[in-house]
Design a protein around this ligand. Structure first.
Ligand code: UDP
Ligand code: MG
Length: 321
């Protein structure tokens, strides 16, 4: 009896938020890819992250015609991080890819990535584009500053310009899923779980259609998320500065006592005193804020809220028929 060789399967996870124009274009590109790699099985999991446009309808239309298309639709917008996590949970492939729907992560690169995982001793292939072409000057400057900062204060390796686009082996996916934290910063989680990753540099093209979902404030909060999740250095700095201020205060005290005893100088100068009080109370508030931010993250983790809530999946289409 000849045993049929089971084909290997690649799962492609695609988080989408208000991307109705992009779904058909992306689907076309994926079809080209699956034709090239016709010795493999595929499943494409679209995550509709609570889109307000016709993204879900668009996905459902192709899911009805193509069995390889699966989807999860969230009950509201939970963010790209939640989308990636949901996709990883649902994926069944031996290899899993995460990519944006806007074709800034070209699907055809999966051929090279798969080849690398087959031939070389790596567990994942990831892409980075450090030049940030197409970003505004301000976004580019702050992005570079963020990577410089997080590289210094976090012990987890952070690659400047790392994208979320990568292909991983199953064992790495399972490791990522074992980290069930609510405040997810995937770029950090990927490197926290370890494994061998090959980094390929490429130039991310501009979005094919639609607009970016990030504004300055969202990016700022995302950067903060990364720092709070993967570094406790801000707490160490605040404790360290606390000690320095105590020392300075102690030296001042000695100086004032000696001055009074030796020269009998009256203690004068309220302006300097006012400055010192404002300065120290300012730093106290700042560091109280930093502690508060860590505490608020802890508070959210302790609640153990679900990372995402599902409204419907492709299983529902099957039930309807
Ligand atoms: N995205 C998402 N939920 C969100 C915001 C974005 O699923 O709340 C998806 C979006 O549809 C896209 C990917 O995440 O597929 C990257 O978003 P975008 O292209 O806007 O980011 P940029 O490339 O500008 O960093
Ligand atoms: Mg994009």
């Amino acid at each position: 009896m000849s045993k049929e060789v089971k084909k290997e399967k690649i799962s492609i996870i695609v988080p989408c938020y208000n991307e109705e124009e992009m779904i058909p274009i992306f689907y076309k590109e994926v079809n080209k890819l699956t034709k090239t790699l016709n010795n493999l099985d595929f499943e494409v999991i679209f995550i509709d992250d609570g889109s307000k446009d016709k993204t879900l309808e668009s996905v459902k239309k192709i899911a009805k015609e193509d069995k390889r298309i699966r989807y999860i639709s969230f009950s509201r917008n939970f963010g790209k991080e939640a989308g990636m996590y949901a996709g990883l949970e649902k994926s069944t492939g031996d290899y899993v890819a995460i990519m944006d729907v806007d074709l800034q992560d070209p699907p055809e690169m999966i051929v090279e990535m798969y080849d690398t995982l087959k031939k070389e001793d790596y567990d994942s292939v990831a892409l980075y584009s450090p030049e940030h072409k197409g970003y505004s000057f301000i976004r580019k400057t702050f992005t570079n500053m963020f990577y410089k900062l997080i590289e210094k204060i976090s012990s987890t390796e952070q690659i400047p310009g790392a994208r979320d686009f990568r292909l991983m082996k199953r064992k790495m996916v399972d490791a990522i899923l074992s980290l069930k934290e609510y405040n997810r910063y995937s770029k950090g989680i990927f490197s926290f779980v370890g494994f061998k990753t090959k980094w390929i540099k490429y130039e991310a093209p501009e979005r094919t259609a639609g607009t970016t979902k990030w504004n300055f404030w969202k990016l700022f909060k995302y950067a903060l998320e990364g720092i709070l999740a993967f570094s406790t250095t801000p707490l160490v700095i605040s404790a360290f500065l606390g000690v320095i201020f105590c020392l300075i205060a102690f030296i001042f005290l000695i100086v004032i006592i000696v001055k009074t005893i030796v020269w009998g100088d009256p203690v004068g100068g309220w302006p300097s005193l006012a400055c010192i009080i404002i300065f120290t109370s300012g730093t106290q508030l700042l560091f109280l804020g930093i502690i508060g931010m860590y505490l608020s993250k802890t508070y959210l983790e302790v609640k153990e809220r679900p990372i995402y809530i599902v409204r419907e999946t492709e299983e529902d289409i099957k039930k309807d028929n």
